[in-house]
Design a protein. Structure first.
Length: 147
């Protein structure tokens, strides 16, 4: 039986994390990331400016979740799940669901009033899971690139 565990990223996870994060960026059609991009993100996790958890199947990192908190004008702080990715070969084994649950627990423990995230409307596989674990409240996301 495969053992699934969720926990903070460790120094030894750096290479596997970058591989997963590169897969996430590729999935969303982002161009090759600039030099230093992954190093910068990794340092921010180490400083607790941003937060990251990993999913492991039999000790191998197969999923990542990146998240942050921010103030809210209408409630306690909110937690935004910015990036969630599971290696293709590990999908369907509960890693993404467990990562969402772990981020929700972290957010609750840190006084957040809600956890939210977005995905592309064409991401049908992820949306099937998201529809099971959260409520789609109908909001439409707009983005204005500044660089």
């Amino acid at each position: 039986m495969t053992a699934l565990t969720i926990g903070p990223l460790q120094s030894a996870d750096r290479e596997a994390w970058e591989h997963l994060f590169a897969g996430y960026n590729e999935f969303y059609g982002r161009p090759t990331m600039p030099d230093g991009f992954y190093d910068h993100a990794w340092v921010r996790f180490q400083r607790d400016e941003l937060h990251a958890l990993g999913a492991r199947l039999d000790e191998h990192l197969v999923g990542i979740a990146h998240f942050l908190t921010h103030a809210s004008t209408t409630a306690a702080d909110s937690c935004y799940l910015q990036d969630l990715f599971t290696a293709p070969e590990a999908r369907g084994q509960g890693a993404a669901r467990a990562l969402i649950a772990a981020v929700a627990t972290w957010a609750t423990d840190h006084g957040c009033s809600r956890l939210y995230w977005s995905t592309h409307e064409s991401n049908a596989t992820a949306r099937r899971l998201y529809d099971q674990v959260a409520e789609n409240r109908g909001f439409i996301l707009y983005s204005l690139p500044l660089t």
